[in-house]
Design a protein around this ligand. Structure first.
Ligand SMILES: [Zn+2]
Length: 550
């Protein structure tokens, strides 16, 4: 015979106990059994995370999450590592998407002859009305001399040809293209932006004059553009990128991105900087800050100088390898000041491209007239590649944000000293010194100038080596970040530089569930492995947008 009464009593007690326990909250997705690098303020590690409606409900231990949440979709991470979605603080997503398919890729050309060969095969494949290429770099060639239009003219006497240098700050145009623009030696507005030989054009044009050629290239139709954008988006997802800051767009491009996002065609999240044209400044005044679920427009982009590779970067002292040459100022200080004033009045961030120490000094000087110490304007200096010793402290004093690309250091290290000399190079690519100014800074790739892969950015930031491990001791290794800092620079600090750290950049309650799954721990993985690591899956708003095994 069974003692029924005590059992009934226990059951009743159990029911009362259960009914007192809080009900489990419904989630859409629970991640368990992982190593989640939350990148919160304490850099804490969690093993589980609950997600609902694209947002993070909680992170914690498996036990905690299972106690408080239930979900139909439970993902056992089996020890995999999770990171906040990678955030590229400075790139050219639209430019990459739309040029990579329409232009010949010249990045691998090892000589002018090879460049011509790549061009010919591109022409025979697609036969465009204007033949365009992107990515040549004379610093990779034996002679290290700019290419000339004569060679291109001989192959393409009638078809306009425009070849954009790797940094985007110079073009090589052939005679047909120069004619199409109506340019002659005697009617060019900025003679300092053309290279001449015996008073004739060589075909090399810099900065705004180069931009005239880029603007003349016929634009592809909408259908083709959309296809290009979607292809680029998928490529970015495959590298774990969930937000891109596009450093300089015209309005029509922003409108196209917005309409594609609204229609759920394009899922990539974007922080868009407006090119500082009259039209765009009007847009800024009329629309103020534009914010949607996937797009934030609240910055204006300017160029103070050119790039170091094409000797357009503006230096305080002459170039080491070109006596008497100081580089080019693209936007004079009065104009910078005027646009800064308009941006300030409209609550916009200002992001100004500065490579040379003279350009950096000029822009710091303009910014500080607007910025009080302790301000939260987050005005940025893009690249901040070469900074005079006396100017570093101004970044910290006026809360001016250096926006760096750590792979630029390891790409340029082969020739930068020739341009700058052995003394000035010490304060070039001095990213740790810049980091110390505000205690945080954003990192990016500037793709297509560098590769899209943010793991290369992460790797270059702490190793100061290229993907082949060169140099073994690291280039100016005293300027290296720690691995934690390198991870912060491509997540939370990048988001902060784009005013999105309240919603992105770390895996915390109330933030977007944008995250990356990998098999490896980026904080401990042996250094040589990092450049070849693959992202296993990328999630955007709690939804898988890329999976290696899919
Ligand atoms: Zn850029």
């Amino acid at each position: 015979m069974y003692p029924t009464k005590p059992i009934l009593g226990f059951l009743l007690l159990g029911l009362i106990f259960l009914s007192c326990r809080p009900m489990k909250k419904q989630a859409d997705l629970i991640l368990l059994n992982g190593n989640i690098h939350t990148v919160d303020a304490q850099l804490s590690l969690a093993s589980a995370m609950a997600v609902r409606d694209g947002m993070i409900l909680a992170t914690g231990t498996d036990q905690h999450i299972l106690q408080h949440f239930s979900a139909e979709q439970v993902l056992d991470l089996q020890g995999d590592f999770v990171y906040p979605g990678f955030y590229d603080a400075h790139c050219h997503f639209f430019g990459y998407a739309t040029t990579i398919k329409t232009m010949a890729d010249l990045r691998e050309a090892g000589s002018p002859a090879e460049m011509l060969q790549l061009l010919k095969s591109h022409d025979s494949l697609s036969s465009p009305a204007w033949l365009c290429g992107r990515g040549w770099d004379q610093n990779k060639w034996k002679e290290k001399q700019f290419p000339s239009k004569d060679m291109v003219d001989a192959a393409f006497p009638d078809k306009p040809v425009v070849l954009i240098r790797i940094d985007g700050h110079a073009v090589l145009a052939n005679t047909a293209a120069i004619r199409a623009l109506g340019l002659r030696e005697d009617n060019i507005e900025r003679p300092d932006q053309a290279l001449y030989k015996n008073a004739s054009f060589t075909g090399i044009f810099l900065e705004e004059t180069a931009d005239l050629f880029k603007a003349a290239i016929p634009v592809a139709d909408r259908e083709f553009l959309v296809k290009c954008l979607l292809d680029a988006e998928q490529e970015c997802f495959s590298y774990g990128l969930t937000t891109v800051a596009d450093a300089g767009l015209e309005q029509w491009k922003i409108k196209l991105i917005d309409s594609l996002q609204q229609d759920n065609v394009l899922r990539m999240q974007m922080y868009a900087m407006l090119e500082a044209s009259e039209d765009n400044l009007l847009f800024m005044k009329n629309r103020k800050i534009l914010k949607t679920q996937s797009l934030l427009v609240r910055a204006v982009k300017m160029y103070a100088d050119g790039a170091l590779g094409s000797r357009g970067a503006c230096l305080l002292q002459a170039y080491e390898d070109q006596p008497g040459h100081f580089g080019i100022i693209v936007t004079p200080p009065e104009k910078l000041r005027d646009i800064c004033k308009q941006a300030y009045d409209n609550g916009y961030q200002v992001c100004t491209h500065c490579i040379g120490d003279s350009a950096v000094r000029m822009v710091l000087g303009v910014y500080k007239a607007f910025l009080k110490p302790g301000n939260e304007k987050r005005w940025r200096i893009e690249h901040a590649q070469c900074v005079d010793e006396a100017d570093f402290e101004l970044f910290g004093k006026y809360n001016i944000i250096p926006s760096i690309q750590s792979t630029h250091a390891t790409s340029d290290m082969h020739w930068a000293e020739q341009r700058l000399g052995s003394e000035r190079i010490k304060n070039a690519y001095a990213y740790r010194k810049l980091l110390q100014q505000n205690g945080w800074l954003p990192n990016g790739t500037d793709f297509p100038i560098e590769q899209i892969n943010p793991l290369l950015t992460f790797y270059a930031a702490f190793s100061r080596r290229d993907a082949n491990g060169y140099p073994a001791e690291g280039f100016q290794i005293d300027q290296a970040f720690s691995r934690q800092q390198a991870l912060q620079s491509i997540t939370i600090w990048a988001a902060k530089a784009c005013f999105e750290d309240d919603i992105k950049g770390s895996l915390e309650k109330g933030k977007r569930a944008d995250f990356v799954i990998m098999e490896e721990d980026l904080l401990t993985e042996p250094l040589p492995h990092i450049p070849v690591l693959k992202v296993k899956a990328t999630y955007l708003g709690g939804k898988c947008v890329f999976s290696l095994t899919r």
